[in-house]
Design a protein around this ligand. Structure first.
Ligand code: NAX
Ligand code: ADP
Ligand code: K
Length: 510
């Protein structure tokens, strides 16, 4: 599990070490980590360090100091290193160390920004040490011109390797917000702890691969601000039947999805739930949709019952419900049932406050905008996309439900503030029907959840929602290897990922 902390919290945890005169030691650890990661990436691209060209962008603070020390080490291994000083001042000792290894320096100005950008584009690697946790706002002045040139080249596939020092310059380390411009990276080498701003919003998209270097802040860090589940965290959350199980004890999922207008959503939600694994799937909806469900998934048990008429362990309601009044009523009843429930798509429109954390709302940014406005909050889609953590937490707090805010990085926020961010997805998943499969996966995890009550902390449902996003993202990424993702074809991939993650348990009960 990745544990993330706000930039503010990391700075607070560094304070006692700085007061004890250990700042130089921390910087050397950070710089060595940055050097080693950059050297490995550069070697992977070019074959060797010797003879490569490295441009280091150095701001006035310690972030620039880290990057200059790291570049000095690359220069010692034979790289031709140039430091572009983006501010009038630079960390004096780091600059001296850089120069001592033969590094050249030049001051960035409005008038030379275009020429310097050209030179940076021609380098093999750029180390971004303009701003770290001490930065506020986006890049300004000539540093912005340089960043925009590198970002444009990246879109054209012509950018050098960009390695961000601690975080991409211009990203807010607490939130992932970017006010204006930040420098997009291939790799972010972050120090002490992963910053929350690397896990959400534009900051997550700018960070590229994230590597964290331990600089010894561990005992000082306190409670994390956010989490990211990794594959090894999922095994315990996935449904693996035991010899004592029968279909009802494994967990029954009720799916109230689809309508005459949108039958496909129900097929995809049901298929994804079955591929994740349930003891039984009960479908509730129009007879025409039920017939299609039974053709595609003969194991589903279908009826046009009301929510109160059947016994399940969890609900999925909303995908493809459209304006179907019966489905909307089922969504309301599922929310009021006291059972865990995934409330997706059209059902998000019938949400009212007073829910509980086992109700999981799964909006994308557009649906969250409408939900927050219906609750009297001032929200617009661009603001939500710019600062998704804030709005996911706000919606959870206002409704009492867990909120899974979908996007490139998908966030799961508990009403008590616990937050998960998953980024396994591929942009190929941005296609109609993809959310329906996510709701089916999550429904299956809720129906088959066996976590003992004593282990269900306040963020339990956010963790399950994050697990579903992880599975969904990986299944999509696997599917994308064969071409554009078609959500209706995700089922075998979901099954493959579940099989892979539960291998150990299968061996035990084979
Ligand atoms: N404090 C420590 O002990 C350690 C800090 N480390 C590094 O130090 C960084 C933090 O260093 P600093 O506190 O010196 O801060 P930064 O290096 O992030 O920023 C320095 C200065 O940039 C200026 N600035 C802020 N926003 C700006 C903007 N938008 N445009 C232009 N200039 C702007 C401000 O004058 C600020 O003081 C971390 O990100 C990390 O890289 C590491 O060396 C590990 C140890
Ligand atoms: N740019 C992106 N990169 C990765 N995943 C994305 C991106 N955009 C959307 N997704 C994912 O695709 C899914 C889309 O869901 P949704 O918008 O509800 O689709 P639908 O309602 O058509 O089924 C979500 O899981 C979301 O996280
Ligand atoms: K930086």
């Amino acid at each position: 599990m990745i544990r993330a902390y706000t930039g503010t919290a990391v700075r607070r945890s560094e304070a006692p070490l700085l007061a004890a005169g250990r700042g130089g030691e921390l910087m050397q650890r950070a710089a060595y980590g940055l050097y080693a990661a950059a050297a490995a990436s550069l070697t992977a691209r070019r074959g060797r360090i010797y003879g490569s060209s490295v441009t280091v962008l150095a701001g006035s603070g310690n972030n620039g100091g880290d990057a200059l020390y790291a570049a000095a080490r690359l220069a010692r291994r034979g790289a031709a290193a140039t430091a572009v000083l983006t501010s009038a001042a630079a960390h004096p000792e780091a600059l001296a160390a850089f120069r001592a290894q033969g590094g050249k320096t030049l001051a960035l100005t409005e008038s030379n920004a275009a020429a310097v950008s050209g030179a940076a584009l021609a380098a093999d690697a750029v180390l971004d040490g303009v701003l770290g946790t001490g930065g506020s706002g986006g890049l300004r002045g000539p540093a912005r011109i340089l960043a925009e040139a590198l970002n444009t080249a990246r879109l054209q596939g012509k950018a050098p390797l960009v390695v961000a020092c601690d975080l991409p310059s211009g990203v807010d380390a607490d939130s992932g917000r970017v006010a204006g411009t930040c420098l997009q990276a291939d790799l972010t080498v972050t120090f002490g702890a992963v910053k929350t701003g690397l896990l959400a919003g534009p900051g997550a998209a700018a960070a590229g691969e994230i590597r964290c270097i331990d600089i010894g802040l561990g005992p000082h860090l306190g409670t994390p601000d956010a989490y990211r589940l990794q594959a090894e965290d999922l095994a315990g959350l996935l449904p693996v039947p035991t010899p004592a199980d029968q279909k009802y004890s494994r967990g029954v999922l009720g799916v109230a999805a689809g309508s005459e207008t949108y039958p496909g959503a129900a097929l995809m939600a049901a298929g994804a739930a079955l591929a994740t694994g349930v003891g039984m799937l009960r479908y509730l909806g129009p007879a025409t949709v039920a017939r299609l469900i039974n053709l595609a998934h003969p194991e589903a048990v279908c009826s046009s019952d009301a929510v109160a008429d059947i016994h399940v362990q969890a609900w999925v309601a909303g995908p493809g419900a459209g304006k179907d009044e019966d489905q909307r009523r089922r969504a309301r009843d599922a929310m009021a049932s006291g059972l865990p429930a995934v409330i997706d798509a059209d059902a998000i429109g019938v949400v009212a406050p007073g829910l509980h954390p086992a109700v999981i709302l799964t909006p994308h940014a557009g649906e969250l905008t409408a939900l927050l406005r219906s609750l009297g909050e001032d929200a617009d889609r661009a603001e939500i996309e710019a600062d998704p953590i804030r709005y996911a937490r706000l919606a959870a707090a206002r409704t009492g439900a867990t909120v899974l805010l979908k996007g490139w990085a998908t966030l799961a926020a508990a009403p008590t503030g616990e937050l998960y961010s998953q980024a396994e997805a591929t942009p190929w998943l941005a296609t109609a029907g993809s959310g329906d499969t996510l709701s089916g996966i999550l429904g299956a995890l809720l129906a088959t959840d066996r976590t003992p009550d004593s282990e269900r902390g306040p963020g339990h449902y956010a963790r399950l929602a994050a697990a579903a996003a992880h599975l969904h993202g990986r299944a999509g990424t696997l599917a994308a290897a064969d071409g554009p993702v078609q959500p209706s074809l995700l089922e075998p991939r979901i099954r493959a990922i579940v099989a892979n993650l539960t291998k150990q348990s299968h061996r035990k009960f084979k």
